[in-house]
Ligand binder design. Structure first.
Ligand code: GLY
Length: 365
């Protein structure tokens, strides 16, 4: 996706409005006044849910669960591996957009409901499938999170192969971003108007089998052009993803800084524990995120200048997703096949505050 410099997250085209929201978002009093059009999923198991970019992945994971009796975490990780290894997905793994220094640094975590185990890696470099490294942390160590050079060293010891993750397309995008940063530095600006990519794209997947066992995984290259060492929500258990085999699972994509402050995947599972349906649980979490947003990131109506998407599956097989702004979709695979479904939302996308694109003017030299 192509976005302006300060639009930390965007999504596709605006969709028809299907819910109406009123209330003072800044005060945390967002009220969804029309729930009549909220998508209600029937309980059905198995089911696999992911962010929209996981459409191929949910099909693979569902197949593995139903045909091969695969473990839910193995299936979900195989699903996200498709995106991690796809050089055209610039939000994750190979081809992910790099940090401010042009280095691809990846974050991932996973959780296995039946065994109550979890693992994660943050700021790992040169390994295309951090989701599998996260699982190796879970399977082979007494720890939950490894970071940076230690995470890479561990991955190499576990047999993962080192490779350059910066594709030519992502390198060119990074060069464009760098050239537009400052009109007075030593880098010449581009002569043509440039479109700079910004995103916090990520893939989250939640897999539930016929027995009601659930697992979750989230993997990402994080915020493009981030400060080296920046860690997002994705590798943090309870932030980027969470599951409890008694309740269900939840995960997220979007601005990680907002998700971390609210322990938002944990919160979504807790909402389901209290009896909320998955979509309702996601909306409730987003309300909390809005309420916890600092003033500099809110417009005059108290609406965030960023987006966050949530996905949830309950143990009985219901599923749902919601975003702050309309227009998002998510991927589902169940007995009806693999498909995209429109997410619920708090606000119409047309009302999302925009910030100006950075000027990238030709420097006189
Ligand atoms: N949610 C991905 C990130 O912020 O890194």
């Amino acid at each position: 996706m192509t976005l302006s410099r300060r639009d930390f997250l965007g999504a596709g085209a605006a969709a028809a409005a299907t819910a109406v929201v009123s209330g003072k978002a800044g005060a945390g009093l967002v009220e969804v006044v029309d729930r009549s059009l909220a998508r209600k999923s029937a309980a059905s198991r198995p089911v696999v849910v992911a962010s929209a970019n996981g459409i191929r992945g949910v099909a693979r994971a569902y197949d593995m669960i139903t045909r091969e009796n695969a473990d839910t975490l193995d299936a979900a990780i195989a699903g996200v591996n498709i995106q991690e290894l796809d050089p055209e997905d610039q939000s994750v793994g190979l081809g992910g957009l790099p940090n401010a220094e042009g280095v691809v640094q990846l974050d991932a975590s996973c959780m296995h409901g039946p065994t109550k185990r979890a693992g994660g890696v943050a700021c790992i470099e040169d390994i295309a499938t951090p989701s599998l490294v996260a699982k190796a942390v879970m399977d082979y160590t007494d720890h939950v999170l490894l970071v940076g050079a230690g995470a890479k060293k561990f991955a190499l010891q576990m047999g993962f192969k080192e490779q350059n993750l910066l594709t030519e397309e992502s390198r060119q995008d990074w060069l464009r971003w760098r050239a537009c940063l400052n009109g007075n530095d030593a880098w010449l600006d581009h002569t043509d108007p440039v479109v700079i990519k910004f995103h916090t794209g990520t893939i989250n997947m939640i897999a539930l089998n016929a027995a009601g066992d659930v697992s979750t995984v989230t993997t990402t290259s994080g915020l493009s052009w981030k400060l080296p060492g920046r860690v997002g929500d994705s590798p943090l258990i309870g932030a980027g993803q969470y599951c409890d085999n008694l309740v269900g699972g939840a995960g997220t994509t979007g601005r990680g800084e907002a998700v971390m402050k609210t322990c938002a995947s944990f919160l979504t599972v807790e909402h389901m524990r209290q009896g909320m349906a998955p979509e309702q649980a996601c909306l409730k979490t987003l309300e909390r995120i809005v309420a916890m947003t600092e003033a500099r990131l809110l417009d005059e109506r108290g609406r965030p200048r960023f987006d966050v998407d949530f996905y949830a599956v309950s143990k009985d097989g219901r599923f749902g997703s919601a975003s702050i702004y309309s227009g998002s979709r998510f991927a589902v695979a169940d007995a009806s096949g693999a498909r995209h479904v429109e997410s619920a939302y708090l606000y119409p996308r047309a009302e999302r505050p925009r910030t100006p694109r950075p000027a990238c003017v030709n420097q006189a030299r």
